[in-house]
Design a protein around this ligand. Structure first.
Ligand code: XUL
Ligand code: CO
Length: 420
């Protein structure tokens, strides 16, 4: 063990009736932890992620797996998430590409058996290759659609083989750059067709987990159809996919959509569709997806409040996050994971304390108390007609003001619980 020391994360500690490790199934994101090397559109990579092997080779794919498992073991991270393209290099054709994937899957599976570290979810990268420039399910080309389907099929097979709990669709190019060249309804129907085919195949292939949509409003497409949780839920219901799909909510995507992280969690949970979380944070002053490691304890507390209220996640907390470009050392990686694991653990402790304290929940209950009897109960039952309500309103005269929202009182309670 190096200098890794958690201040709040203790997997065995019981919080609100469950072990911390059960509330917080942390996952490493293969693409960020083992690939992202700090390059951006203005500058070259700063971190060395070669792990002693030549980039783009099968030897490198194995070296990444070695490094990833060593790192997860060291930090006590129980899961990983992957794209097909993160695991192994593409070959000359689809057959060779798939052989490369099979070879590395076998290698990873052995490590998984030896360590107990499991796959949280897999996803097909349908954004990077030039063939997907106009999207995958939403592509104008049926040949590209078919290739996307082949990649989804293979990645589903890998996810089943690696024991993954989930399968993500993140529609980075499922959207448009200009409506002048776009048939929106046509594209939405095709995306749904790809997802339906994935569900049908996945269930046949033994995938018993959840499919997820990961909402994000833009970037790389100007507008992405999975804009936010509410939009994605509408789409799932419209195309009858809500029995197999839940949502994977990412904090930075929430803020890009003009929402808070908590808002997106609440929307998904309110519909019983909160499945998993991409645990990161954005920078509110930057309009792009910076994928930072979360450290704001207000945010993590609000997140964990929503998660506890939802009864936990069927998925987990995937660190879809990367260290900053000038933080290029292996120690920076350790610090980043410790930072965020502790931030979510502290958030869990504080959220549980807020719930157990009870003052806020009691106030929320009282705020809606008028609906438990009389005309309120009639409204809740769904039986109250507009005529009945209108008569009631005429008889009662001017209704009293609805009572203070007491936001400042609540914020005082939150700060008292957070800081004493
Ligand atoms: C991109 C993003 C992805 C998905 C998986 O913004 O979040 O890494 O999580 O494709
Ligand atoms: Co993500």
């Amino acid at each position: 063990m190096s200098n890794i020391k958690f201040r709040h994360y203790d997997p065995e500690k019981i919080v609100h009736g469950k072990k911390m490790a059960e509330w917080l199934p942390f996952a490493l994101a293969w693409w960020h932890a083992l690939d992202a090397a700090g390059g951006d559109m203005f500058g070259a990579a700063t971190a060395d992620k070669s792990f002693g092997a030549e980039l783009g080779t099968m030897a490198h794919a194995r070296a990444k797996a070695d490094a990833g498992f060593e790192f997860m073991q060291k930090l006590g991270i129980g899961y990983y998430c992957f794209h097909d393209r993160d695991l192994a290099p593409e070959g000359r054709d689809l057959a060779e590409t798939n052989d490369n994937l099979d070879e590395i899957a076998e290698y990873i599976l052995e490590k998984s058996r030896a360590t107990g570290i499991k796959c949280l979810w897999g996803t097909a990268n349908l954004t990077k290759h030039p063939r997907f420039m106009n999207g995958a399910g939403s592509s104008n080309s049926p040949d590209v659609f078919a290739r996307a389907a082949a990649n989804v099929k293979k990645t589903l097979d890998l996810t089943v083989r690696l024991g993954g709990r989930g399968f993500v669709f993140w529609g980075g190019r499922e959207g448009y750059d200009t409506l002048w060249n776009t048939d929106m309804r046509f594209e939405l129907e095709n995306i749904a067709a790809l997802m339906r085919a994935a569900v049908a195949y996945g269930r046949k292939a033994g995938f018993g987990g959840d499919f997820y949509i990961e909402p994000k409003p833009m970037e790389p497409a100007k507008h992405q159809y999975d804009f936010d949780a509410a939009t994605a839920i509408g789409f799932l219901r419209r195309y009858g996919l809500d029995g197999d799909f839940k949502l994977n909510i990412e904090a930075n995507h929430a803020t890009l959509a003009g929402h808070t992280f908590r808002h997106e969690l609440r929307v998904a949970a309110a519909e019983g569709l909160l499945g998993s979380i991409d645990a990161n944070t954005g920078d509110t002053l930057l309009g792009w997806d910076t994928d930072e490691f979360a450290y704001n304890v207000y945010d993590t507390t609000e997140c964990m409040y929503e998660v506890i209220r939802a009864g936990g996640l069927t998925g987990g907390f995937n660190f879809d996050a990367k260290t900053r470009r000038p933080s290029y050392t292996a120690q920076d990686m350790e610090q980043a994971f410790v930072l965020s694991m502790d931030a979510f653990a502290l958030g869990l402790i504080k959220a549980a304390a807020i719930i157990e304290d009870g003052r806020i929940d009691a106030f929320v209950k009282e705020r809606y108390a008028g609906y438990s009897s009389g005309i309120g109960a009639r409204i809740r039952s769904g039986d109250a007609t507009l005529e009945e309500l209108s008569d009631y309103a005429a008889k009662q005269g001017e209704p009293p003001l609805p009572g203070s929202g007491r936001q400042e009182y609540i914020e005082n309670v939150v700060n008292e619980i957070l800081f004493g």
